[in-house]
Design a protein around this ligand. Structure first.
Ligand code: SF4
Length: 367
């Protein structure tokens, strides 16, 4: 797998989707010898079920473990330390990881209780847990979601779960961005399997999930987080740790040089689904008809940005989206399916960052 390749798969059979992405990316071949120690690092920030948008789905872990075991790997562990204030085993049970560990006979290691060493991290001294640093290969499994301080969180920030609690507190006192960038000069995941199933609008622990039903694969955490910015409607300059990590040589923000390998096409399914009061309010500006989850989720993220800018107002015409609009005339629509509308944004699915620009110009700006 090229470092600039992005793998994307849509659907609801999350376990199979994880396996298919890893197979397509050739993860087993890349790891090499079956004797290697492979650790999976999900996001178990707090004791909230993955359906709330804060934690990695257990089905993705099951898929990753099954894929590895099918390829002869048996020295596997799941490692994670929840945020300060949460007891990791509570989060582990709430997310259903106990069932995965039992079914596949894989240990879970609570990094809040792990020993650690201090490492030189491009000019900073950073403590990192031993179980992470002893691994031969790390599979980073973050959730693509919003964050109340850093705006987005995905691959780069998920590395923070591999440091002791005392270091997490210090990171916050340093403003998060700089230490996150430096931490990623020390911790090097081989593969990044992103849970883009239903990440939160803007809170790390979930509560306002946005259904996308998508799983992504990357090798470059900087490229991954750059993609996340576009998917949620942010400019990368709004998330300083991404540019800092690039400057330290962790990866590249050059999305235009990346190849996106679509393992299937988006599926219909999200129409009208809004799982919290906030997403319901945003959904009130839309008129979905057989919309694919990834398309509709991108629109919800874009509307959330416009809401941040205080641009949403009463009296705006509903935004059409979905396969039910194919060939139909209309006022304003998002995605290739609305190409017969007076104002339509191309893309299948379009990115949230493009939807934000389009709606400012063609929807709000016209009224
Ligand atoms: S443009 Fe149409 S087919 Fe493509 S993702 Fe959107 S709703 Fe689905």
């Amino acid at each position: 797998m090229n470092k600039q390749t992005i793998y994307m798969i849509h659907g609801t059979d999350y376990k199979r989707m994880a396996m298919k992405i890893m197979e397509s990316a050739g993860v087993a071949e890349e790891i090499g010898s079956a004797e290697k120690r492979v650790v999976l690092k999900p996001n178990l920030v707090a004791a909230t079920p993955p359906s709330q948008g804060g934690t990695t789905h257990a089905e993705l872990l099951a898929g990753a473990v099954e894929y590895l075991q099918q390829h002869g790997f048996n020295n596997i562990a799941i490692i994670e330390g929840s945020w300060v204030g949460e007891i990791t085993p509570n989060a582990y049970r709430t997310a259903g990881y106990d069932r995965v560990c039992r079914e596949y006979h894989v240990p879970f290691i609570d990094l809040q209780k792990d020993s650690y060493q201090t490492y030189e991290a491009a000019g900073m001294q950073i403590k990192v847990c031993d179980q992470a640093m002893k691994a031969d290969y790390i599979i980073n499994m973050p959730v693509l979601k919003g964050h109340c301080q850093t705006l987005i969180t995905c691959a780069l920030k998920n590395a923070k779960g591999m440091i002791p609690n005392s270091e997490k507190r210090r990171f916050h006192s340093l403003g998060l961005h700089k230490p996150i960038a430096h931490l990623n000069t020390v911790v090097h995941p081989g593969f990044i399997l992103v849970d883009n199933i239903c990440g939160d609008l803007d809170f790390e622990e979930g509560g306002n999930p946005v259904t996308m039903n998508r799983v992504l694969g990357f090798r470059d955490p900087v490229l991954c987080d750059t993609f996340v910015c576009e998917s949620m409607g942010y400019d990368i300059d709004e998330v300083p740790y991404i540019g800092m990590a690039e400057a330290l040589g962790v990866g590249s923000t050059k999305l235009d040089e990346a190849e996106i390998v679509m393992l299937n096409q988006p599926e219909k399914g999200a129409t009208g689904k809004a799982s919290s009061r906030r997403t319901q309010q945003l959904a009130g500006y839309t008129a979905p008809k057989d919309a694919c989850s990834a398309c509709y989720g991108s629109l919800i993220y874009a509307l959330n940005r416009l809401n941040d800018y205080r641009m949403l107002k009463r009296g705006l015409p509903p935004i059409d989206i979905g396969q039910g609009y194919r060939g139909m005339p209309g006022e304003i629509g998002i995605g290739a399916c609305t190409s017969c509308h007076n104002h339509s944004l191309k893309g299948c699915p379009p990115k949230a960052v493009d939807i934000v620009d389009f709606l400012q110009e063609e929807w709000i700006g016209q009224r």
